[in-house]
Design a protein. Sequence first.
Lengths: 263, 263
Amino acid sequence: MVPRSRRLGPRLEEVAATMTTPQQHTAEDAGGGTRKKRLSREIVLEAALKLVDEEGLEALTMRRLGQALDRDPMGLYRYAANRAALLDGVTELVLNELAIFGDDPDWQGQLRRIAHDLRLLALRHPNVVPLLVTRPLSTPLGLRPLGTLRPLEQILGLLIDAGFGASDALHVYRAYYGFLYGHILNELQEFIVDPDENEALLRLGLHRLPPKEFPRLRALAPALANYDGAKELDEGITILLTGLSAHLSAPLITTGEGSRQPG
Amino acid sequence: MVPRSRRLGPRLEEVAATMTTPQQHTAEDAGGGTRKKRLSREIVLEAALKLVDEEGLEALTMRRLGQALDRDPMGLYRYAANRAALLDGVTELVLNELAIFGDDPDWQGQLRRIAHDLRLLALRHPNVVPLLVTRPLSTPLGLRPLGTLRPLEQILGLLIDAGFGASDALHVYRAYYGFLYGHILNELQEFIVDPDENEALLRLGLHRLPPKEFPRLRALAPALANYDGAKELDEGITILLTGLSAHLSAPLITTGEGSRQPG
DNA sequence: CCGGAAGTGTCTACATTGTAGATGTTAGGC
DNA sequence: GCCTAACATCTACAATGTAGACACTTCCGG
């Protein structure tokens, strides 16, 4: 079974020719007689992502990652210059899961869909979100990994194709992505624990607050407990688009109602 | 993580063994001649904040902070249980700089002002922003430092006083704060370097992008260079408020199930 | 066939981190 | 005076990122 075409770069066929044991087990158990497969940047990054997903950001150490790949930690430096680069690689990998199609004339629908996709992406990799929002802060825009910039470019394309001027497109993008990131942060802040124990723990926590100082917050406990992220996001996007339409003389559809409900 | 500032001699132990004299009053005593003032949590946190502001997040180590305060690093654990608590304390300290007045009937104006205040706060402490957005992700809402929750409570109060229902206030808060945080992240991402070299560096960086893959981004270099954060934020808030007002006439959050009454 | 060369993997070493635990030092009440 | 408790400092240790040396694999030109 060959699950992935790994384009290692040069001379793939020779590698395949000399390789006697393709042995493509996902390197889970380091125990038995599994042959060591050839590493690649992708494999390393995927292992790193898996580690982060399962055990959190601080579990991603070189030693731990090396152990997960059954390799010497030092060898990883061939695929990422240092730990920071590794983190960048992980964010890039995650962002690559996001698909953006530029040819759709219904740009509002597109923005809505992308927002939900990105939200789901964040929920799928909550531990990566700090990287998503933090890493760009320490890297000037021009020097970021390409995968990080691709959504920006694609959404700009989407907007420009929809008739926006370049500069307006940038503004719309900023408002849109700003809100989107903000929402994701918001939602993840309220999420964290699984919804079951969420409520109990929330009440417990809120109960600790001094009643005189935090009356409304305490009163809102039930409302806080039933948080519907998708709906909240959808309505936020609607608000944003409505507001946009009032401020731009651009092809905007007036949504009298009919905010769709995502499955 | 540069092993840079090692200004101690090679044989540290011998030095320490021969001279058991107390610390010899290194620099940092600009206060006023008192040899060792009594510490307090506030003093420690302020020193920590100063360190972060001046040298970045990773410069805030226990040893470094102890040195800045001319104290043994271990002694700091009396004022913060561990490093994470120290970070929480710093974010709390920063958020305390934000003033919110609940009695103003012009809630839109208030929200606008607070947004600008928070923006300036972020620009004043850019290195703390990662903490601001990241720390809450690892702490359930009910267990956060009180200072962190106070803005939430106060803005809720502001909105409720303005006539919103409790649940609606929460939704408005979320949209508002989400957008606000998103904007701050956006702006800081494009900021980072000082504006002078920003443009050159930006062009340089953008020039690196493959033209076929990033045509719009490259074309937008000049627009990217003159970024006016305050204006961008203000327009964003306007858009948001416009959108909000369009949805407020109709009930803001309407679904069949009663979000009004928990039972 | 070889023998160097370049790439790849592994081991050791070191500076630096957070922090537990022991040890010294001081202040206050009897 | 002494006892207790708080406070301050020191030592120690495990874990981290990563430099540098070493070994093995694979290749290519002779």
